[in-house]
Design a protein around this ligand. Sequence first.
Ligand code: CTP
Ligand code: MG
Length: 227
Amino acid sequence: MNTAIIVAAGKGTRFGGEVPKQFLELAGKPVLFHTIDRFENCDAVDRIILVLPPSMSGTFKEKLPEYGLKKIAKIVSGGKTRAHSVANGLRAVDRDAVSIVGVHDGARPLVTCEDITKVFEAAHAFGAACLTAPVNDTIKLVSDGMIVKTVDRKDLRRALTPQCFEFHVLENAIKNADLSGAATDECYLVEQTGVDIAFVEGSARNIKITTPEDLKFAEMILKQEQN
Ligand code: CTP
Ligand code: MG
């Protein structure tokens, strides 16, 4: 069984504003609902664990029947860091039923079922897998205001989500991690435990809403998809 943990408990500091970015409207509904729908409508995913800000999880739970979402197995509160939020989500996973657990950013509403399926399948085959996108710009290593050198971009990938793992692989990584640290993805935590992680080439359209420009860009992509 494949379980997706959608983490949506962040504050969206870089985006700014009162309401965290994942609850802002994108083409008629909150960003997070786009994200959930992508998983709800993808056969590769059996269950969803939703991680929300502590102040919102109760309200959302009450409203869940109205939304008609079938796959949400549990809603839990997030923590101070992303890693804490993932740890809380992982504790809510039914460990006897799950095989692969995939962590996805609530702020990535444009992920396709094709990419979700590919990365879950790769985790079944390799134990751990990350959805990635190529780096298209020339990349420079810099220091003290000066360019040190050019890094060969063919060996670089941008880490997207979902990132998928056999349950025990992620559980072990989280058990051994400093959850208060600077980890911004799960692969980093799993890398620390020495487990090999396969990468899967995904669509560059699977952007993370980080700044207000990203929200406008996402709106454009959605419009194009609908036409
Ligand atoms: N996230 C979370 N719990 C946290 C921090 C982040 O669940 N304590 C989630 C966010 O809600 C988001 C995803 O992790 O869906 C990716 O994180 P990011 O884009 O960094 O979102 P924020 O941390 O909210 O934004 P910022 O770093 O600008 O504050
Ligand atoms: Mg963050």
